[in-house]
Design a protein around this ligand. Structure first.
Ligand SMILES: [Cu+2]
Length: 405
């Protein structure tokens, strides 16, 4: 047998071993196919993916000053109107790009859909970055490129996306500035029907804009969101946040979700998801409803990006909850690769390890300290909450931090 044949066998064996013993997941756009989620088919492969693939570290060297992604509810009137104007302009420019332009709003939503429906393949399996330890880093990258594209369209490299501060009940907190408004209401700039930030496919009930979000919503309630009065919601939301961020988060498996490696099989929605992904994060998706209810269509609603800003911030807050709360150092986590489009339509290959420090990516969040009311919440939270299933090894580990056990 000649050398090429021997090499082929070695490669084949290495590939099989990688599937059996694990190796970092690598994304390729080749072989993208129609995907599905919960029995519904979706066609959301990127429209155009030829051309060289650039490596993230070679292309970008962060030199600009670090920007602050601020809480939308904590802006003063002038700041809010200035931000609203810029964001409306940026999103309308993004929506006006040709439909097949990978920077267009529609194509960004499609890319999120492709990563949510098993459209991209590892081994012989389609994979989903949700319900796995990639949920947080993948969405960090997704917002990062969304923000870069907005900066370029606006011609403003200082433009920064702000977040929907839905974990903040309005009890005054003092961070970089003093903020005593509640972030738990639907952000007004996304509610104006004449704005490009509006999305018609939402199913918020008419009374909901006057009510706080419902962070305790469960999947069973998601199709017909129940009415709960304001006082109950404000208190319950703080309890839910404490439960998810402090009680049910003492290992990375519980907080981030199950591992996913090259050739890994997809699991049912929610089965492998981390605590914040399944509760709080998903609850907001269900509460807003419409396209936001399910991952394949969620990116079509502009409020998605403000919602996920807060998720990204909460991921940064998580290690402050106590010992053992650290992101995985497993190379199969850190060296996993994803592909995104940048502001010049190039395909960029990123690794999870390059997303671990937001400062290196050029931004930090307002309120990155232990200053939200939910950190120190103590009450009969468990009498209000139904148990949430996070996967097979969750139930036993959860009880270690459960004050009632
Ligand atoms: Cu998502």
């Amino acid at each position: 047998m000649g050398r090429p044949g021997g090499l082929a066998i070695v490669l084949l064996v290495a590939r099989q071993l990688a599937v059996i013993y694990g190796a970092p997941l690598k994304t390729t756009f080749e072989g993208c196919r129609r995907g599905s989620l919960s029995g519904v088919d979706y066609d959301c492969c990127p429209s155009e993916y030829r051309g060289p693939i650039l490596d993230f570290e070679l292309k970008y060297n962060a030199s600009a000053p670090v920007r602050i992604r601020r809480a939308m509810d904590c802006l003063d009137e002038d700041e809010a109107s200035e931000y609203g104007e810029k964001l409306r302009k940026g999103i309308s420019l993004m929506k006006a790009l040709p439909a097949d332009d990978p920077r267009s709003f529609a194509q960004q939503a499609r890319l999120h859909c492709a990563y949510a429906t098993g459209s991209f393949v590892t081994g012989s399996e389609g994979f989903d970055i949700h319900f796995s330890w990639f949920f947080h880093p993948w969405h960090r990258w997704f917002l990062y490129f969304h923000e870069r594209i907005l900066q370029t369209l606006l011609g403003d490299p200082t433009f920064t996306i702000y977040f929907w501060h839905w974990d903040h009940d309005g009890e005054a907190i003092i961070g970089r500035n003093k903020c005593s408004k509640s972030g738990m209401y639907f952000p007004a700039i996304y509610a104006d029907p004449d704005s490009p930030l509006f999305h018609a496919a939402r199913s918020l009930r008419p009374e909901f804009p006057a009510l706080p979000v419902d962070l305790g919503l469960t999947g069973a309630e998601s199709m017909d969101v129940p009415y709960r009065p304001k006082d109950l919601l404000l208190a319950r939301n703080v309890a839910v946040m404490h439960d998810v961020m402090v009680i049910k988060s003492n290992t990375s498996r519980i907080f981030l979700g199950r591992d996913l490696r090259a050739g890994g099989k997809r699991v049912l929605p929610y089965e492998g998801g981390g605590s914040l992904e399944v509760t709080g994060h998903a609850s907001i998706h269900w509460w807003v409803g419409g396209d936001l209810r399910t991952p394949p269509t969620a990116g079509k609603d502009p409020v998605f990006y403000a919602h996920h800003g807060n998720i990204d911030r909460l991921w940064k807050l998580w290690p402050l909850g106590g010992q053992g709360r650290a992101n995985p150092t497993d190379p199969d986590f850190l060296d996993a690769e994803f592909l995104f489009y940048d502001e010049t339509k190039n395909v960029v290959r990123v690794k999870v390890r390059d997303a671990m420090d937001t400062r290196a990516l050029g931004y930090v969040y307002e309120f990155e300290e232990r200053n939200e009311a939910w950190w120190n919440y103590q009450s009969t939270w468990n009498s209000w909450l139904k148990p949430v299933t996070h996967g097979p090894d969750t139930t036993t580990e959860r009880s270690q931090g459960d004050p009632t056990s």
